[in-house]
Design a protein around this ligand. Structure first.
Ligand code: NG1
Length: 528
């Protein structure tokens, strides 16, 4: 069942008088207010909150503008904030986790942006990303006020329980909470921010720390709704439509999230992992375009390598060879047909170099010099590689995008004779996604493979990595409710994976490693 999507929907706001406060606020607001008080000797004015997310299916396709199916989860980041008077245009940041040391910096008096140095890995950089996008938004909201004058100063106390480096988007949770805090802090209590605005401004925020991510994490964190998954579309417009899983006869639909506890530092591994994949799929789109004699649009808003992507190739190919000038509008059946065609083209034109393309091969295919290719594709962020695996990466992106459409079709139109039918069909898509991430995109790791195989042998119907991969978390579709397999899957993972791989693991660590989460509320605001 789908809820309609409204561009005007506002970020939910609560206060101490609200009846039925959402669970994360009830549980955590009093303690963070107390900790703020102990740190700054005063009460905060408000708390901005944004959660982590789990991606159910659709991995590494958001930066090609293909739709994804995540949901927000219970773990989150809270930022308690006190707005300072105009004599104090500075930011002080304290984190409840002592491994993130306190930071303080001044806000430029002339209203210019705070500088972000992406070459250093410091937690305050993520704050500055949220600050930057909020600042730029404020300049469009009230140009006369935010030009030539500083933002208001803030004292901030941050407390989060999204495990970092685990593929559950701790960074998006932080950045979205910060952006909301900065906008509210500067505009005051009478300004109510829309979800659409917060999502739109935060999707590109991590580009300022050198991660060329797509916008899935921020969309899910901002727009999450209890008991709903989100269908996030990036084109023709950014949109997150909430929908419920089908009502089954004897089971609930549960997702078990299991952390490999292998931390993948996105920033440090970007040159060989995440950013390299962005380069590979962008190059693949351009090699396909050159092969079929079409030109991709460039100078795209929100894109870090302005060279078009695999969705653009699909559109220009259909314009040229099928005379369909309007880009694909997201319709499921049309998408299935076109993506299937794209997979044929990938076989036809890239499969002859399954071992990978050298820089010379690519330059030849694009009819440019090595130097031009290097300048246009390899300098935005540093990357390191022997060959570019264009065939494998393009095949993953098109087949994964197809799986997302099939999953959505299952959710929205299919009727299931038995509960098993649903679990089998949705689970198969998740398993195919994992195989593609592993074999074609090479973003799995031995621990992910091991956890998936244990879960599948013990009652999971579909198991895969979630998020960027190379460590981090896995997600498992498990029949839930009294007749379900959730406890059985958890026990098997504890006995066969965690206690074997991490013999000294504590009970608390184990408790945090396996999360059975229901889709949760997205960003929200609490006036204290
Ligand atoms: P994680 O690593 O879970 O935050 C990353 C990207 C997403 C998306 C996934 C892969 C960032 C901030 N996020 O997610 O946009 O591309 O990988 O599907 O890099």
């Amino acid at each position: 069942m789908t809820k309609s999507y409204s561009e005007k929907a506002l970020i939910p706001e609560f206060n101490s008088k609200t009846k039925d406060l959402p669970k994360p606020l009830v549980e955590r607001c009093p303690t963070i207010i107390e900790k703020f008080n102990r740190t700054y000797g005063t009460k905060p004015d408000f708390i901005a909150r944004s959660p982590g997310r789990v991606n159910l299916i659709g991995e590494h396709i958001d930066y090609c503008d293909f739709s994804v199916l995540p949901s927000a989860i219970d773990v989150d980041m809270l930022c308690a904030v006190k707005v300072l008077d105009e004599k104090n245009p500075s930011i002080t940041l304290t984190n409840a986790d002592p491994s993130f040391a306190q930071r303080k910096f001044d806000l430029p008096l002339d209203g210019s942006y705070v500088t972000i140095d992406p070459s250093i890995s410091d937690w305050s950089n993520y704050f500055k990303c949220g600050l930057h996008v909020a600042h730029s938004f404020l300049k469009t909201l009230a140009p006369e006020r935010f030009t030539g004058a500083p933002l208001v100063g803030l004292q901030v106390f941050c407390e989060g329980n999204v495990p970092t480096g685990s593929g559950l988007s701790s960074s998006a949770a932080f950045i979205c909470a910060v952006a909301l805090a900065v906008v509210k802090g500067n505009m005051g209590p009478d300004y109510h921010m829309s979800k659409q605005d917060l999502m739109r401004i935060t999707v590109v925020a991590e580009h300022y720390v050198g991660v060329n991510n797509g916008g899935m994490d921020q969309a899910a964190s901002v727009c999450g709704e209890e008991d709903h998954a989100l269908y996030v579309e990036f084109k023709p417009q950014l949109k997150a439509t909430p929908f419920k899983f089908p009502q089954l006869k004897n089971h609930e639909v549960s997702f078990v999230i299991a952390n490999t506890l292998v931390v993948s530092n996105k920033f440090e591994t970007a040159p060989t992992n995440y950013n390299l994949r962005v380069v590979e799929v962008t190059t693949a789109a351009n090699v396909l375009a050159a092969t079929y004699g079409v030109v991709l649009p460039s100078e795209k808003e929100g894109s870090s390598i302005n060279k078009g992507n695999l969705r653009d190739f699909m559109n220009v190919y259909y314009a040229r060879y099928h005379n369909i000038s309007a880009p694909w509008n997201g319709d499921i059946e049309t998408g299935i047909e076109r993506l299937t065609k794209m997979l044929e083209l990938v076989e036809e034109s890239l499969a002859n170099k399954k071992k990978g393309f050298s820089v010379d091969d690519v330059a030849q295919a694009l009819n440019c010099s090595r130097e031009e290719f290097t300048k246009d594709y390899l300098t935005t962020s540093p990357v390191r590689f022997q060959v570019l695996k264009l065939y494998q990466r393009a095949k993953h992106v098109y087949s994964e995008s197809l799986r997302v459409l099939r999953a959505l079709k299952l959710m929205t139109t299919a009727k299931f004779a038995t509960d098993e039918d649903f679990f089998r069909q949705f689970g198969a898509l998740m398993n195919e996604s994992q195989a593609s991430c592993d074999k074609l995109y090479e973003c799995s790791c031995p621990e992910i493979d091991q956890i998936c195989s244990i879960a599948l042998s013990n009652g999971s119907c579909g198991s895969r990595l979630t998020g960027a991969g190379w460590g981090g978390c896995t997600v498992h579709l498990v029949p839930g409710g009294p007749n379900g397999n959730v406890e059985q899957v958890k026990k098997a993972l504890i006995d066969q994976f965690y206690k074997v791989k991490y013999p000294n693991i504590t009970d608390t660590e184990l408790e945090n490693a396996i999360i059975v989460s229901k889709p949760a509320l997205g960003s929200c605001f609490y006036e204290s």
